[in-house]
Design a protein around this ligand. Structure first.
Ligand code: HEC
Length: 199
């Protein structure tokens, strides 16, 4: 065998090995593909997101299904609100009513995919046009899920148009009431846990 042939043979074995390994890794973390809202480019979630807050059951489930298990979980709302007030309210308003950024509390979305948890996550993580920069590097993944739950909670539209809610969630949905929240709501929610509901 010439050297060239030997090289080819081993290169081939190495390539097959590498692609088999690739396939194993892919099955182990069957992940959704997340895409930038404007460019459609794939978002490299695990290369960009902070190391902390990645390994929670909610994040694992979300990366596999694109469904945010924190939606409607009362105990997640204070955490979500906190992140929102730090990172978003300056541009989108305290209650998501809109300022330099559009309102996030009604059922109108510039990007229709934001009616889904996955779409909203992609917009927050990778950004959109102009002042809407990417937030994937500065918010923990678990925090983003709580933040999304908070944004959904701010909604003052009608349940029937809230495409991100399941039928069961629609049945118990109440449009956001700031007075109630600032009254006893926030304190009550803070007593509960931010975890995936049992059923
Ligand atoms: C510096 C100002 C600024 C900050 C901070 C900011 N945004 Fe934005 N946001 C904007 C602007 C401006 C737009 C409109 C961009 C566009 O239409 O592409 C926007 C668009 C959006 C949209 C798309 C709305 C739609 O109708 O489809 C979402 C969702 C959003 N922002 C969520 C957030 C969240 C969540 C945060 C906090 C993590 C945040 N933004 C922080 C300015 C900001």
């Amino acid at each position: 065998m010439t050297l060239k042939k030997i090289y080819k043979k081993w290169a081939c074995v190495a390539l097959t090995g590498a692609s088999m390994l690739g396939a194993t890794i892919a099955t182990a973390n069957a992940q959704q593909v997340f895409r930038n809202t404007i460019t459609g480019e794939e978002l490299k979630i695990l290369e960009v997101a902070p190391k902390e807050g990645r390994d929670t059951p909610a994040v694992k489930s979300f990366l596999e299904t694109g469904i945010n298990p924190y939606i409607g979980v009362k105990g997640c709302l204070p955490r979500g609100e906190e992140a929102y007030l730090v990172a978003c309210s300056g541009c989108h308003g305290h209650l998501g009513e809109g300022k330099v950024g559009p309102g996030l509390n009604d059922n109108y979305w510039t990007y229709p995919k934001n009616t889904t948890d996955k779409g909203l996550f992609e917009t927050i993580f990778g950004g959109a046009q102009g002042m809407m920069g990417p937030h994937g590097g500065d918010l923990q993944l678990d925090e983003v899920l709580a933040l999304i739950a908070w944004i959904r909670n701010l909604n003052i539209g009608e349940a029937k148009d809230a495409e991100w809610l399941t039928d069961a969630q629609k049945a118990s949905f109440k449009p956001f009431n700031a007075k109630e929240w600032d009254g006893s709501g926030k304190a009550e929610a803070a007593k509960e846990q931010c975890t995936i509901p049992a059923n």
